[in-house]
Write a protein that binds this ligand. Structure first.
Ligand code: PSU
Ligand code: MN
Length: 332
């Protein structure tokens, strides 16, 4: 094969790939425009709507997160699968559809193709949201808490960790869910090469509780430092993996670590007794903890989600400003 033919073949294949993606991943018009002109966009996951929070609070929370991103000067892109199409930027009625009573698949990155092939509705976990965001050029994702290494010896490790390791996206979270084995989750992140930066804390947060007692080696008080770090990582060093931005739950809504721990221990015993595992486990445990600690957990969950959405918008805005400056050439 002569070189010129090879080049054109490569081009054709890459165009085909792009077209294939365009068919399968729809991007809302305002988000497409923002990405094209370098304006800030924040991706939001939808598993928290469909599987993490009870109805009808879930839909109200989802809308409030979008509002918080807008007020902070960025465009929100809630991601989900509607009738077999990944939608980057759900319409309000699509958010209601995922938050309603219908059957909604819980989609990790590895499940997306199946949801598409089935023409199904699916809510994206952090792993699928990070994949979809990276596919369309969104740099920042906000969530509540990421998945991680579960307690015990089941071998249950969330696909969130691998997705973070693979894609150049900053994920803003209140650490990892407190139901997890947090020391092993932090170790796994280190092994996978995912840097964890505490924003406004020196400790790895434990979702509802502000601290897990695990000390972070990277921390800052300024969102701008995170944006600068991301650009150096992605555009200068050309490292392709993500960054976990660890933001604790706002103080007035945070729960005490000891009460969360007691409720978690009880929920874990019940889950084992009732043989709950696999994809059901995370939502089941979170619901059980919410049931035993009451409405304060929902208030804490909402407060930390809102805080993370605002922080994500601020990082996305600074990323765009720094990208426009000549010191950081565009493109990952
Ligand atoms: N329940 C919640 N909040 C969440 C989730 C469930 O209250 O955020 C979801 C998130 O989307 C996270 C996923 O990515 O749980 C992790 O699930 P698993 O442990 O099955 O990977
Ligand atoms: Mn799992």
């Amino acid at each position: 094969m002569v070189p010129s033919t090879r080049v054109s073949l490569v081009r054709r294949v890459s165009l085909l790939r792009q077209n294939a993606c365009v068919d399968l991943i729809g991007v809302r018009d305002d988000i497409r425009a923002a990405l094209a002109d370098g304006s800030p966009v924040v991706a939001l996951e939808s598993s928290v709507i469909a599987h993490g929070l009870p109805s009808p609070v879930n839909v109200r929370v989802a809308h409030s997160l979008e509002d918080a991103v807008r007020v902070a000067g960025a465009i929100p892109a809630t991601i989900g699968v509607i009738a077999g199409r990944v939608q980057v930027g759900l319409e309000p009625e699509e958010i209601e559809r995922l938050g309603g009573a219908g059957e909604i698949l819980k989609c990790a990155a590895g499940d997306l193709g199946w949801a598409i092939a089935q023409g199904a509705d699916g809510a994206t976990t952090v792993s699928a949201t990070v994949f979809a965001a990276a596919s369309v050029g969104i740099d920042v994702v906000a969530t509540g808490g990421i998945g991680g290494v579960h307690r015990g010896d089941t071998g249950d490790v969330s696909a969130d960790l691998l997705s973070l390791a693979r894609h150049p996206v900053a994920v803003v979270a209140a650490g990892a869910k407190s139901i997890l084995d947090l020391p092993r989750t932090v170790e796994a992140l280190e092994t996978l090469g995912v840097p964890v930066v505490g924003l406004g804390t020196r400790d790895f947060p434990a979702f509802y509780a502000r601290s897990s007692g695990l000390v972070l080696d990277k921390h800052t008080e300024r969102a701008e430092d995170i944006a600068r770090f991301c650009l150096i990582r992605w555009r200068r060093l050309r490292q392709s993996g993500g960054v976990l931005v660890a933001c604790p739950c706002p103080e007035q809504h945070a729960l005490e670590p000891s009460e969360v721990e007691q409720a978690t221990a009880r929920a874990l015993r019940d889950a084992a007794a009732q043989d709950v595992n696999g994809k059901r486990l995370t939502p089941w445990l979170l619901a059980a903890v919410t049931e035993s600690l009451g409405a304060r957990t929902l208030a804490a969950n909402h407060a930390l989600l809102l805080n993370n959405a605002r922080v994500a918008a601020s990082i996305a805005t600074t990323l765009c400003e720094l990208s426009a400056a000549s010191t950081f050439p565009k493109g990952h």
